[in-house]
Design a protein around this ligand. Structure first.
Ligand code: TGC
Ligand code: FAD
Length: 397
């Protein structure tokens, strides 16, 4: 199916990667080539998440890879990014699963959880023995999660959760949901209506999940709506370090960072296919289409933008490893790289002509997937507004 994947390193950036970074990338690339590529078109067609690969990824240390201790691999942020790049080269929906498990479930437990919560959940999530989901978005509140209406009412030594969450990756296969809700009935005045995070085991009475069907994007990923009706959790299930909308937004930074790398993976796959196809396909005078100037211009656009995106994510990753990254840097990288990948996918599809629309090549699948990636984790335009606010000091939401 398609042509053999050839990574893209036009700027010789590999020379600046450490041996460990190259090894991590090779491990992830081999995993994708051997395990995901052979089945992904079928999974996408059937709308099936390849759950059978979860234990293998647990063994390889892909879950919570950039966290330290609790059974996690303790990779650097650049290494983690390289894993995301390779996984999304396979499929954006597959990378989404790993992003959610790592950045949106393990990261908040690691960052905001009690020692007991960390010991209970992190080793099992790292191995893939337990799966998680992250419930922030609601039917009426997507780009503006601060308006959420899900509540957690304090009742003795319990919280009672009520509300609806929508578009939740892995919702119906999760053992635990990180649910963001506004606290009510608390004794502290500052606490009233404050957004806080809760660990909600999905087998609790009143919790239910229903899958979204009919998606033309991220078909190899499970997307669900969650319903919480008088779901009672002990106060020990509150993530004690959470407080305000800033807490879930900190989780989004982790996921958006990974997406900036993942998008490069899809773009490299599309470019690699387009280049090999253009050299093999002949039209007019028995010449390869790669010999035509218009086709060359498209290939040059792709390799230029991929190279710039690689520099961007690598730099943001180095900033993150140095502890100096700002969320505006991550917004810039997510916004740019997903846009670049979508444009690359469309150009690559064009170069493949009619063949480009079939599942014989991964391009159309990447293109459809990237429509979701453009929307989730902050839409392209919301990231423009985040950046606009940062540089002008004026919020235009
Ligand atoms: P605003 O008043 O601006 O901010 C509230 C507090 O948070 C701080 N803050 C951040 N902190 C850390 N990281 C960030 N990225 C932050 N952005 C803002 C801010 O300084 C403030 O702090 P403090 O101390 O003053 O309280 O909040 P707002 O209500 O005006 O909203 C801001 C906005 C629009 C940027 C935000 O709501 C937003 O990012 N909207 C997009 C929603 C989104 O991205 N949802 C994603 C859901 S999860 C998902 O899609 C998973 S997909 C699966 C996968 O990842 O693969
Ligand atoms: P809206 O917020 O309604 O936006 C619609 C359009 O209006 C967009 O173009 C947007 O840019 C524009 N817009 C909105 N506000 C403004 C403004 N102020 N100015 C200018 N334009 C504006 N969420 C989770 O919590 N957990 C998950 O695991 C998760 N997984 C997802 C998986 C998939 C496949 C998808 C598609 C979504 C997922 N989401 C998840 C939800 C995702 O984060 C939201 O879809 C996203 O934040 C956008 O919200 P919305 O779809 O409600 O769009």
């Amino acid at each position: 199916m398609g042509f053999k994947f050839q990574g893209v390193d036009f700027l010789h950036l590999d020379a600046g990667l450490s041996e460990d970074e190259l090894l991590v990338r090779k491990t992830a690339r081999d995993f994708v080539e051997d395990n995901l590529v052979p089945i992904i078109e079928e999974c996408f067609r059937e709308g099936r998440f390849p759950r059978e690969l979860v234990p293998v990824m647990g063994e390889l240390g892909f879950f919570g890879a950039n966290l330290k201790g609790y059974g996690c691999a303790g990779m650097s942020n650049v290494e983690y990014g390289l894993v995301m790049q390779e996984l999304e080269r396979g499929d954006s929906g597959f990378r989404s699963f790993v992003s959610v498990q790592s950045a949106l479930v393990m990261y908040p437990i690691y960052t905001f959880g009690s020692e007991e919560q960390k010991n209970t959940w992190l080793p099992a999530l790292a191995k893939g023995e337990k799966l998680g989901c992250f419930g922030l978005t609601e039917p009426g509140f997507g780009s503006n999660p601060g308006g959420m209406t899900t509540t957690a009412r304090k009742s003795g030594d319990e919280y009672v959760l009520n509300g609806e969450k929508m578009w939740i990756t892995s919702g119906s296969i999760a053992d635990v949901a990180i649910i963001w809700a506004k606290v009510q009935g608390s004794t502290g005045q500052d606490e009233e209506n404050r957004v806080r995070g809760f660990l909600v085991e999905t087998d609790r009475p009143g919790f239910s999940a229903h899958d979204v069907h009919g998606k033309w994007s991220l078909r190899a990923s499970v997307t669900s709506g969650l319903s919480l009706q008088d779901v009672r959790v002990p106060t020990a299930n509150l993530l004690p370090g959470t407080g305000g909308l800033k807490s879930p937004l900190m989780c989004l930074n982790q996921a958006r960072y990974g997406i900036s790398w993942g998008a490069i993976g899809t773009a490299m796959d599309c470019y690699s296919n387009a280049l090999q196809y253009a050299k093999a396909r002949k039209q007019f005078h028995d010449q390869p289409i790669a010999s035509h100037q218009l086709v060359q211009e498209k290939l040059v656009w792709m390799v230029s933008e991929i190279s710039k995106a690689q520099l961007l994510s690598l730099h943001v990753g180095r900033l993150k490893d140095a502890g100096t990254v700002g969320h505006e840097h991550i917004s810039l990288a997510k916004r740019n790289n997903v846009w670049m990948a979508l444009e690359t996918a469309r150009m690559a599809r064009d170069i493949l002509g009619a063949n480009g629309i079939t599942e014989d090549y991964p391009i159309m699948r990447h293109s459809m997937n990237l429509e979701s990636v453009k929307t989730y984790e902050g839409t392209h335009d919301i990231h423009a507004l985040i950046l606009g606010q940062h540089i002008t000091g004026i919020g235009a939401f």
